[in-house]
Write a protein that binds this ligand. Sequence first.
Ligand SMILES: Cc1ncc(C[n+]2csc(CCOP(=O)(O)OP(=O)(O)O)c2C)c(N)n1
Ligand code: SF4
Length: 326
Amino acid sequence: MNTATECLLRMVEEHHDLEDYQGGVPRWCTGCGDNAILAAVQRLCRDENLRPEKTAFISGIGCSSRFPHYMRTYGFHGIHGRALPVAEGVKMSRPDLNVFVNTGDGDCCSIGAAHWIHAVRYNMDMTLMLHDNQVYGLTKKQASPTSPRGTKTNTSPRGSYLEALNPLTVTLGVQNVSFVAQVVDWIPEILYDVVKAAFHHKGFSFIRILQRCPEWLPTLYDPWMHDPNRILMLHHENGLQLSSGVGNTYRNQLQHDPSNIHRAREVASGLDPIPVGILYRNPEVPCYEETRHAGQQRTAEHVRAGLEAELDKYTVWPQEASRTAA
Ligand SMILES: Cc1ncc(C[n+]2csc(CCOP(=O)(O)OP(=O)(O)O)c2C)c(N)n1
Ligand code: SF4
């Protein structure tokens, strides 16, 4: 085969269409915001021509955590609250992979909260999407840490008593935070732009996606969906630039420099209007997988030698055994 033919074959082989990333048929309810997130992610994979065999989607348990089943890439549908430790293990052993994490507000902010905090601090290079429908969807409507106070659920029939936890301000309070954004599932253009910016960020990208659950909280986001002025659209030359379509629809805009963490925390505290866009981005924060291995030799021989030395510590050699017996 001559070089030109080889080249052509490789190009055909390495080009991917949307279908190449489509896994099983989604079983989410009609109108579930998870469908919009899936569409944005599959589009990103296609546009970035990500190699499916070099891409892994990791999740916990919940409706949103079914995500890896619907991607035709590697994936791991793990256990409740434990998506992040699995993702970190994957990234540590295979830093060359594109790692994505899909998690619900229960999965991340309740049972998985400790992992969430430490994952921000470790700043490993991966993209986390928090599908925040403010309720436990899969288990049929229990209150989650992000449920607004007063939400009536099976665990809070008279309305939940506590103020909702704000995942943005929590994340922005953790040492080594490097990327925080918020989007809503019903503005697909911005959803896509943010997922793309997060993917290109080197470090732990945290995206909170306000996701509709028409099954259990059908009217939750209606006030914001029906009134574009209740969305605060963030833009900046170092953040998102708005298209004329988005700019004309969402006129309540704020020029926000995402390198300013103090301003990011202020903007993140706003609940109404809902801030949408990139709140914070700092590409200078070191990634754990790099600092951890800096200056270390990691060839297979070194790993094997290290393991042998470790196992030798526990080996009882025959002459030693007979000496001990005598
Ligand atoms: C250790 C453990 N505790 C509880 C459960 C039950 N459980 C499964 S999913 C879930 C909550 C799901 O809510 P969320 O993470 O918000 O995801 P959603 O279904 O809304 O996408 C719970 C409590 C479980 N599977 N494992
Ligand atoms: S129950 Fe809610 S979160 Fe789960 S699939 Fe249905 S709409 Fe989506």
